[in-house]
Design a protein around this ligand. Sequence first.
Ligand code: FAD
Length: 468
Amino acid sequence: MNEFLQDCRDAIGSTFVLTDDLDVQSYETEWRQRFRGRCLAVLRPASTAEVASIVKLCRQYAVSIVPQGGNTGLVLGSVPDNSGKAIVLSLRRLNTIRAVDIANNTITVEAGCILAQVQQIADHNERLFPLSLASEGSCTIGGNLSSNAGGTAVLRYGNSRELCLGLEVVMANGEIWDGLKGLRKDNTGYDLRDLFIGAEGTLGIITAAVLKLHPKPKATQTAFLAMTSPEAALTLLNFSRDAFGPALTTFELISSICLDLVHQHFPAIPLPFPERVSYYVLLEISDHESEEHARAMMETVLERAMQEAIIVDAVIAESVAQSTHLWQLRENISMAQALEGKNIKHDISLPSSAIPEFMSVTRRELDQQFKDCRIVCFGHMGDGNLHYNISPPPDVSDVDFLVHQDEINCLIHDQVHQFKGSISAEHGIGMLKRSELIRYKSSIELEMMRSIKKALDPANLMNPGKIL
Ligand code: FAD
């Protein structure tokens, strides 16, 4: 392998071939710090041509590749396994904004651009790049596309897939596919772009993308709403869709335990209501007329929701600072739960109409089998996506609780399957959910996926052991 590493140094410069333990540690460790793999080296190319050279060398020496962006993924997709045989290919130095085409409403960026940077460039050009995640300060466009990231504005703008028009990809054989088209219509056969989106780096390496920009809204309004049941939340979702139409941008469900955890671990964030109820919704609209128009629309609709007893209380943010506080209540849930101790996470999606029944049936099953476990349920209900996380009862240690991880996963995912949902709404499969993918996908689906993998990566060098 010394010869391979020397060839890599010649290709991209020795500074960008990392092998020291201290240098590679953060690239080998997943975001939650629960798993650290081992790699042969971390390679940090700076251009598509350099990525292509590395892939050709990997092919020549039969070295497998783990592509990595911001390493914020939550399913062990961006870190190597324990073998120490793969390289981590960090795309972060590919961070050029190649073009902004205002008239076409597109931006062409390299894969290592940080999401927040792309949002800012769009904003400077009086446009909106609507993908928005709590990890936006460190995740990259390549990672967003490879995991088909969702986030808080999917309801209005779609997942990453819907925001991408074209791709540049270094294929497993080292050839560069230039699919950087900014077209909204192109029916010339199979959609190759869509194969690489959500592929978690198992089919090729995304090096650049053409992304869709949207008109920048004139105003947004944020509200925090209280209700007594998931059924009321579902009624509110449909009521809001009808009343706000396309202005409805965010609809996030938050159960009361989430607010308790955030309050406990982040007491400086003000709570919107003095009394606790069972469920809350963080709702945001964006409007293309004016601040006054947006405010009037929000007030009118929420007044009707109160009159119809769908909600029991409401706060509309009076300022940007108050809106930020309301968002902080939502965005700090994962962190508050992590500070509380270990938990078992599920990133599931269901038809929205099935959410209340799913929640009631699954709670009953969990109560029967794992008495007093804490269900920390929140998420993008507007897209049917729940983060259905389970924390141990307060008097049970993490270690004693995590022994039941597989049983709990199975119980919850079996219910998801019964309700025709998905065991991974937005985080992907990685190494973490591989066995469950096999449990819930049909043999026909698995066979099609394996055929695609074989066709595009016959030597199985692209992120092997992930997804399939
Ligand atoms: P990485 O973690 O580096 O990689 C993710 C996957 O993509 C890996 O399989 C990797 O091999 C592959 N990959 C990375 N770059 C490339 C490339 N250029 N070419 C080919 N393959 C590549 N996700 C959501 O969908 N919605 C959320 O709301 C959300 N919220 C989050 C909040 C927090 C606090 C955190 C930590 C994560 C969250 N995530 C969320 C998960 C994660 O941030 C996203 O999936 C993000 O899109 C990953 O981007 P990344 O650059 O960090 O990718």
